[in-house]
Design a protein around this ligand. Structure first.
Ligand code: NAP
Length: 319
């Protein structure tokens, strides 16, 4: 199949392209920063510079390359400093998830591309009530924290637009598996605390397993939404000390909710104390997906542990 990967030079795209090539697909990979052309070529794809916010350019790129499938993995989170206002940090990504998705879907329609898979996100989105682990059928948070409303709305928009068009939205877990993962520095510096009772549940996914699920989704008929997360959704109080230990850092600090609210904002309190995890049962059942790292316990060790060489993707400073 000819597969058009928007965001081929990114953290997930650069894991996905080699897997697609290995499966015998022909890949057209887009990048945004001019210095990333060589990287995309080295991954085995035909490299195309593309700004997803330029709808005319998107149309032309898709019409000229005539793919049979499109994968949307473009986000703008590299080098972002996550502030207490998540909507500010995510603003460029939110545009890629709304306007960028629209541009790609319009181009897909015009070019007759029937297969469409896009990056969505599972953590911190499900309603903060009931059990700790949610399926794709469970309701999303009807009242996200004020500083993350636009970000939640952009993800809802993407899920809806993609599935309305017959495509597949993959709600990935929190990505990990690269030496420059955003979590690492704060955990090493003890700047990532356990808030309150640390009961907020996180769902993770290693980049390699995320890429494998994406390859499988391309062979699956839509529409559909899938949680692409590992087998062990876990409260922060469980996974954070393990990550600190793997990194050789001191154990995380504990801070009360009021102090976390003051320092890091309501979003951090929600993630640390109330968020729900996600179930991967549907993706395993319907996509036939299995995981190389079924739990972050093995995955953190494989990615960051000193006993196993770090699986390194180029850091942004290498680019
Ligand atoms: N995905 C999430 O929801 C999420 C959430 C929290 C944290 N993170 C973390 O953030 C880190 C990297 O984030 P990332 O995946 O956004 O960055 P990334 O790895 O740099 O990948 C984003 C991809 O989108 C492309 N892109 C950016 N702006 C574009 C535009 N206007 N038009 C077309 N393509 C565009 C990039 O191209 P160029 O590279 O050529 O610029 C790149 O190929 C990872 O460590 C990840 O774990 C991700």
């Amino acid at each position: 199949m000819r597969v058009f990967v928007a965001g081929a030079s990114g953290a997930i795209g650069s894991r996905l392209v080699p897997q697609l090539v290995e499966q015998g697909h022909e890949v057209i990979g887009t990048f945004r920063s001019p210095r990333h052309a060589d990287r995309v070529r080295t991954l085995g794809a035909e490299a195309i510079a593309l700004d997803l916010l330029d709808a005319r350019a998107v149309r032309n790129a898709v019409m000229e390359t005539r793919p049979e499938a499109i994968v949307h993995q473009a986000t703008a989170l590299a080098d972002v400093r996550f502030s207490r206002n998540l909507d500010r940090s995510f603003a460029p990504t939110n545009r890629l998830r709304t306007e960028g998705t629209d541009a790609l879907l319009a181009a897909a329609r015009e070019a007759g591309v029937s297969r469409f898979v896009a990056q969505s996100f599972a953590p911190f989105r499900y309603a903060r009530e009931g059990g700790p682990v949610k399926t794709e059928d469970d309701p999303l948070d009807p009242d996200p924290v004020a500083t993350a409303r636009e970000t939640n709305a952009a993800m809802r928009y993407l899920d809806q637009a993609v599935t309305d068009a017959g495509g597949i939205a993959l709600r990935y877990g929190g990505f990990y598996g690269a030496a420059n993962d955003g979590l690492l520095e704060p955990v090493r510096k003890r700047q990532f605390p356990i808030v309150g009772n640390g009961g907020g549940v996180s769902s993770f996914i290693h980049f390699d397993d995320a890429a494998r699920a994406t390859v499988l989704a391309l062979d699956h008929d839509g529409p559909g939404i899938y949680n692409i997360v590992d087998d062990e959704p876990a409260p922060v109080r469980d996974w954070l000390p393990v990550l600190a230990e793997v990194l050789g850092a001191k154990p995380p600090r504990h801070v009360p909710r009021w102090l976390a609210r003051l320092i890091a904002g309501e979003g951090a309190v929600m993630m640390g104390t109330e968020s729900r995890g996600a179930s991967n049962a549907k993706a395993k059942r319907e996509l036939g997906w299995s995981l190389r790292y079924p739990s972050w316990r093995q995955g953190f060790m494989a990615a960051y542990g000193s006993s196993v060489p770090t699986e390194r993707t180029p850091s942004t400073s290498d680019r």
